[in-house]
Design a protein around this ligand. Structure first.
Ligand code: GLU
Length: 284
């Protein structure tokens, strides 16, 4: 019998959300992630995050895969069960895995259904989270249910954060980071009332299942890293390493977004720019 090939020492991923066309900022982040994988002699996966039924659209998904290939990036093909166009993983194909993680966490008494409207939360919200988001008010916490439903949806479920727990990690670019649960961020969603897993859960669970050793992404997600570390630890897993990159800003200092004001890679390409020119456009 031929022994299984050893797992690569480094496995990275590109994880765009299929909620818009990619812009120059994405190109910078993804090219840097691909470069880190290459320098480490490792592998790279493309995981399209397409689980948000309100924001994701098939035409964005197809465009993202095409734009990344145009940039000259390539990736290891996903296994057939989770594969979308051009060997990309489709996160929506892994719902069984997200539900299994919900079940593990719920059985451990770490989750509760959270019926409150956004408005009720905003009205009672204590000072905001470190990233400016709304911190969930602890007095709206519910006890974990006595009996678990067979499946999570459609309902909001939150992870009860361990109050005062310090979550330290060392980021490959930003250096040592410290976040405190209950102070820097409150109880957060792991499942949504439209019956989709929330980003924090799906991303962390997929990084684990896909054997990701280093997560490279924008520094707007540093706080998410603290939340995801808590989730992974609660699932009994060791978190990967992290490298958060600076966000690309326009000349006024505003961060690029998927709105029409910022040129998409498609638009730059239609105007005759080469991938090299796009990657050389100023960032930071
Ligand atoms: N899909 C997320 C985004 O486009 C990034 C997720 C991640 O890298 O963990 O912002």
């Amino acid at each position: 019998m031929t022994p299984a090939p050893p797992a690569p020492a480094y496995r990275g991923r590109l994880a765009p959300t299929a909620s818009g066309f990619l812009h120059c900022g994405h190109a910078h982040t993804f090219a840097a992630a691909a470069d880190r994988a290459k320098r480490a002699g490792g592998e790279l996966l493309l995981r399209i995050e397409d689980i948000d039924p309100q924001r994701c659209r098939p035409e964005y998904l197809a465009a993202i895969v095409e734009d990344l290939a145009w940039l000259g990036l390539d990736w290891q093909p996903a296994p057939a069960a989770e594969a979308g166009p051009n060997g990309a993983y489709l996160q929506s194909r892994a719902r069984h895995r997200h539900e299994a993680a919900w079940r593990t966490l719920a059985r451990a008494g770490l989750l509760y259904p959270s019926p409150h409207s956004r408005r009720a939360i905003a009205e009672r919200s204590p000072p905001s989270e470190r990233d400016g988001g709304t911190r969930f008010p602890p007095e709206l916490r519910q006890p974990p249910p006595r009996e678990l439903p067979h499946s999570p949806g459609p309902a909001n479920w939150r992870f009860r954060v361990p109050e005062g727990r310090v979550v330290p990690f060392t980021d490959a670019r930003c250096g040592p980071q410290t976040f405190t649960a209950g102070e820097d961020f409150g109880d957060f969603l792991v499942w949504r009332r439209d019956d989709a897993p929330a980003y924090e859960l799906a991303g962390a669970v997929d990084d684990l299942a896909q054997g990701i050793t280093e997560v490279v992404r924008g520094e707007d997600l540093l706080l998410s890293t603290a939340r995801q570390i808590l989730l992974l630890e609660a699932l009994g897993a060791t978190p990967p390493s992290y490298c958060h990159l600076p966000l690309t800003r326009d000349p006024t200092g505003r961060r690029l977004s998927k709105t029409e004001r910022d040129l998409s890679l498609r638009e730059l390409r239609a105007r005759g720019h080469s991938p090299g020119e796009v990657l050389a456009m100023p960032s930071g």
